[in-house]
Design a protein around this ligand. Structure first.
Ligand code: ARG
Length: 462
């Protein structure tokens, strides 16, 4: 209804053009903020009454109407129109139609500029909690797998070349560490923006005798923003959140990349469950890791969301500008994408089977215990650079003669360095190589089990 009276109608002679109404509207996406908008309005109007800016009876009437609007919106009983422009105006229109003049008192000491700053904070506070719980679910799944696979030895890679044997559990817990930094980043971001913006009004505050402390209390904000201009201009927290989300997506996409590679016939390290793969429309034999590929692909969207917001903010003059309305879609997209990917990835990894025999066999090749021989010599006081060279020659000899380190006789070892003892045969075993790395952060079974116990204790304490 383009001809419907706008709240700013007093100053205008002509109605908004139809296509402008559509062009400027954000209702089609910001409607998902309705419950937060109503929550904020209830807190605001309660404060207004507490400060006698409006009468208690009026506030009561407004709160009752807002609660019924909330119910109706929950049930999908209210149709939104672009003429409403945004969720704030849609709710206000509904309020005024239910309460008459009284409803018009809600917006005292408030602007949509501080209102949207509030709504997004309330929304993101709750979505961060959802994402944190999804992260936590994934981390718990990784611990379960790490315990189940504690005996599985796999080749660790650098430069995509076989490097040294490691426990599969060590690999899985590497991601546990990444996701735990991700959770810290999100909590840290949440704490920084958990600040009440209401009261900043359009940009300069209000001449009405508000009590921001009360509003903060109602809405559970431990802090109140300290500068009204900063408050309506600031979207740092949205950029920070999407950055933290981008890193989560990057971690997921690296994990997915390994799974995709490992599920190939060439590797055969894992079998992703049928439920999380799809077939080919032409090649009957194919089983494609599409879910993992899509998660990898969706990391690009979230990076895009980040760059949209960063570009939006660059050079934006103080304070609020309508450009800022463009922050919502990237934010919502990042929230939805990261949440969905975390949940699906967790289910997929839970259903993934690891082929420990294939992994063990792969770890046995490629001279993956060569460094252990070098370190064996260091223990016999050979300078590391020299021992590196000796072992390099041994490897070259084996390659030339097409044999592996365990096939080389003690005598042959001693030709390269006479100090080799019979125990060298022990040193080149995968189990020995893995289990000798028992310092903090090492891949030895004892070290990995120690870390699992630490993690379990930490989550038990929570
Ligand atoms: N829809 C707007 C946004 O998302 C709300 C604030 C509008 N304020 C204004 N003065 N037009 O940013």
């Amino acid at each position: 209804m383009a001809d419907k009276k706008k709240p700013w109608g007093g100053r205008f002679q002509k109605p908004t053009a139809k296509n402008v109404e559509k062009f400027t509207a954000s209702i089609q996406f910001d409607k998902r903020l309705y419950s937060y908008d109503i929550e904020g309005s209830i807190a605001h109007v309660t404060m207004l009454a507490g400060q006698r800016i409006i009468a208690k009876e009026e506030a009561k009437k407004i709160v009752t109407a807002l609660k019924s609007i909330l119910q109706d919106m929950d049930q999908g009983r209210i149709a939104f129109s672009p003429a409403d422009e945004d969720i704030h105006m849609a709710i206000e229109r509904e309020l005024i139609s239910r309460t008459g003049e009284t409803g018009g008192k809600l917006h005292a000491a408030r602007s949509r500029n501080d209102q949207i700053a509030l709504d997004v904070r309330l929304f993101l506070r709750s979505e961060i909690d959802n994402i944190l719980s999804a992260l936590n679910g994934l981390q718990s799944q990784l611990v379960i797998l790490a315990k189940a696979e504690i005996k599985t030895i796999m080749p660790g890679y650098t430069h995509m070349q076989k490097a040294q044997p490691v426990l599969l559990s060590h690999y899985l817990l590497a991601f546990w560490e990444m996701f735990s930094r991700d959770a810290e980043r999100l909590s840290d971001c949440r704490e920084r923006f958990n600040v009440l913006p209401l009261g900043a009004a359009a940009l300069a505050g209000t001449s009405l005798p508000i009590d921001r402390g009360q509003t903060a209390k109602y809405l559970n904000f431990p802090q109140i923003s300290k500068n009204s201009m900063d408050t309506v201009a600031d979207r740092d927290f949205i950029a920070e959140f999407i950055f933290a989300s981008s890193i989560i997506m990057m971690h997921l996409s690296r994990f997915c990349e390994d799974l995709i590679l490992w599920s190939s016939d060439e590797f055969g390290f894992v079998e992703i469950s049928d439920a999380y793969t799809t077939g080919s429309s032409i090649m009957p034999q194919k089983k494609n890791p599409d879910v993992a590929e899509l998660i990898r692909g969706k990391s690009a969207r979230v990076y895009g969301d980040l760059f949209a917001v960063m570009t939006l903010l660059k050079g934006l003059p103080m304070t609020y500008n309508r450009d800022l309305q463009e922050d919502k879609e990237p934010l919502f997209d990042a929230v939805d994408t990261v949440k969905e990917c975390l949940i699906i990835f967790t289910e997929m990894i839970r259903e993934t089977k690891f082929n420990s025999a294939r992994m063990y066999k792969a770890a046995s090749g490629g001279f993956s215990t060569a460094t252990d021989i070098a370190e064996y010599l260091v223990k016999r006081d050979v300078p590391f650079r020299k021992s590196h060279e000796i072992v390099g020659k041994i490897v070259a000899y084996c390659l030339k003669n097409k044999i592996t380190l365990d096939k080389l006789s003690l005598k042959a070892y001693q030709k390269f360095y006479e100090g080799f003892g019979a125990d060298i045969k022990e040193y080149i075993k995968l189990e020995k190589a893995v289990n000798s790395r028992k310092h903090i952060g090492g891949t030895a079974t004892a070290a990995v089990m120690g870390r699992i116990r630490e993690i379990e204790k930490k989550s038990g304490d929570k």
